[in-house]
Design a protein around this ligand. Sequence first.
Ligand SMILES: C[S@@+](CC[C@H](N)C(=O)[O-])C[C@H]1O[C@@H](n2cnc3c(N)ncnc32)[C@H](O)[C@@H]1O
Length: 321
Amino acid sequence: MLPQGLRQFYQRVTSSGPRPQSALAAKFDSVAVMEKARVAQKALFDDLNYPNKKQYLAFPSYTCMSSFAEQRGLKRILEIGSGLSTAVWARFAQQNDASICSIDGNLTRTRMFIRGTPHEAMVSKHVELIEGVSIHSDEFIDFYTGESQTSYGGVQVAALRDQINVFQSQNCSIKRRHKVSRVAGHRGWSARDLMTDESSLSLPRRLLDLFSSNGNFDNEIAFLRDAESRGVAGVIADLSKKESSWDLIFFDSGELASMIEWTKLKGNIAVGGFAAFHDIYFPKSMKNIIPCAAIMADPDWEVVFCDDSTKQGILIAERLR
Ligand SMILES: C[S@@+](CC[C@H](N)C(=O)[O-])C[C@H]1O[C@@H](n2cnc3c(N)ncnc32)[C@H](O)[C@@H]1O
């Protein structure tokens, strides 16, 4: 039997009652939208080979995103980070005569998710799958270890830093929150203070390690170098030369790669087109917190949808000019 104080603490941190929506998600009637997305998952994608319950619960973000693309009549889609979502895009392409390109450093998982299901043939027919990594190792090293940056993706860090905490969420494991507290050195940390100082990005090495494979930033560099040695790195630069713009880019790549991909690709989204981000909440992830904060502070972009009913969350923004 736990002592009473400890029991109360445990109940507080594990309480599974309904969470209040974030102020941003509440602006978009996301409860109703996500309900439809869950119905679409059940009706059309229940036969995928989901690896676990977590992935099943995260999935409605993808059907929500494809219905959004359908409503807006989008035709040219780029996805970075293939997987279950690729099956959703394949069906979308079939139904809407759209073109989809999906990039991933390793397509083994994607192939496993669709193997032996009707989605296998649909992906093969409607999606251009590219096995390769988005960026080069020197861009990655420069971004994370080079001179501190006062501007990110054309937005002053001093302007975006006040938006960072919008994407801080308690909806993740206690273990993860505890690890971030260890990096911060105290429990009262904020994402903004962990990742920026007054006017520049400042991402501590221990934070980068925490979000790197096997807890070591060097592994992320090794992953990119390995792709370089096989001639399959820098895919987005090659693609951007061929394709001048996309109607929607879905950013769901590596934990540390996505932050760079946004800066390289935002100009390749057509005016009136959209960027969609998965894994927008920190400290569950640090993948898209900075791009989403930058969008909030960028007059050329407007958030048109945000949901926080899944742990990963989703945000869609429109390019205005
Ligand atoms: C979160 S998963 C994508 C999830 C996927 N959208 C789904 O529905 O299952 C992230 C993927 O990004 C890939 N990845 C990581 N870093 C990458 C990079 N620099 N370039 C391309 N793919 C990368 C990983 O191999 C992994 O499959």
